[in-house]
Design a protein around this ligand. Sequence first.
Ligand code: FEO
Length: 393
Amino acid sequence: MKPRKIKEKIYYVGAPDWNRTLFDALIPLPDGTSYNAYLILGSEKTALIDTVDPSKKDVLFSYLADIVHIDYVISHHAEQDHSGSIPYVLEKYPSAKVVTNPKGKELLKSHLHIPDERFITVNDGEELSLGDKTLKFIYTPWVHWPETMVTYLVEDKILFTCDLFGSHYATSSLYVEDEKIVYEAAKRYYAEIMMPFRSIIQKNLEKIKDLDIELIAPSHGPIYNNPNFIINAYKDWISDEPKNIVVLPYISMHDSTKIMVDYLVDRLIEKGVNVEVFDLAVADIGKIAMALVDAATIVIGTPTVLAGPHPKALYVTYLANVLKPKARFVSVIGSYGWGGRTLEILKSNLTNLSVEIINPVLVKGLPEKEDFRLLDELAESVYSKHKDLGIVS
Ligand code: FEO
């Protein structure tokens, strides 16, 4: 493949991964993903911006077939989907240096065993001249590991952001063509990778807000030729204000819990509260993560099994806890046979969230009249909490 031109002397040399179905062996990828790398031919120096997942190194090297010299490999992030091919690049280009920050150097040494002498470390805000092009490095920690940084190509107004602003979307298009499709893919990406670091991302966006940006070139998904599209989406996702949404993941074994879920959902809808319901027997975990980006309330529906929550309910609770969404309220509904510690166990898995627990409704066996009255109360409580937040009328 010939390098794909973005601007004069700036090329795309990355790889779509059409067939990847899971990221982090966890989140489904309905649209695959990509590992983007970029080549910049300065008048004096040549820089490669990130590499690709080692499974796609042949694609990268096919792009680099006619490139006889690389001076710098800019490593924004030590995770292997971007860094994993660096050792092969260093082997092909023996005088190339890896440019990263001190934390990046530490992590790259630990994960890839790159020797000390192959590194140049840069400070926050430091610039590196390629002759007629200048790279400015900006530390943006925790998007997605502690070492992550972005690079601003000053003369061409391109911001290379690696994971930040990425989308899980394999496409042959260099640029975003359909913002609706990329919005979904980028939100899925944000939900799984970025959401736990929401408050830090707020600070990182502050650091780049004064840059004059024409293109945002992430290392997953297409390039943004309308940077405000993704910046504004991020501003919405990282904001502290939740939306009028209840996320309701549930599992039911003999329908008692499902009857309660269906009843509660109807009552919430009647009150103007939006609900996103997920049957954990079949749900896409990525969709649940996406719903958690905005929701004000989480209600977990679970039967009691072997004295505790169903393992799938425990799993989604744990996931919500580590993703640290902006939700303000949590409740639990479900049916039990004779007892158990369901509520206690779920609560002990929600310690990362600053949430108010709204009265759970746990009923013995098949729900009856009094149980439905308690679900009415729960719906009313959720509605009134959302009303207090000013997110429902
Ligand atoms: Fe795309 Fe955190 O790696």
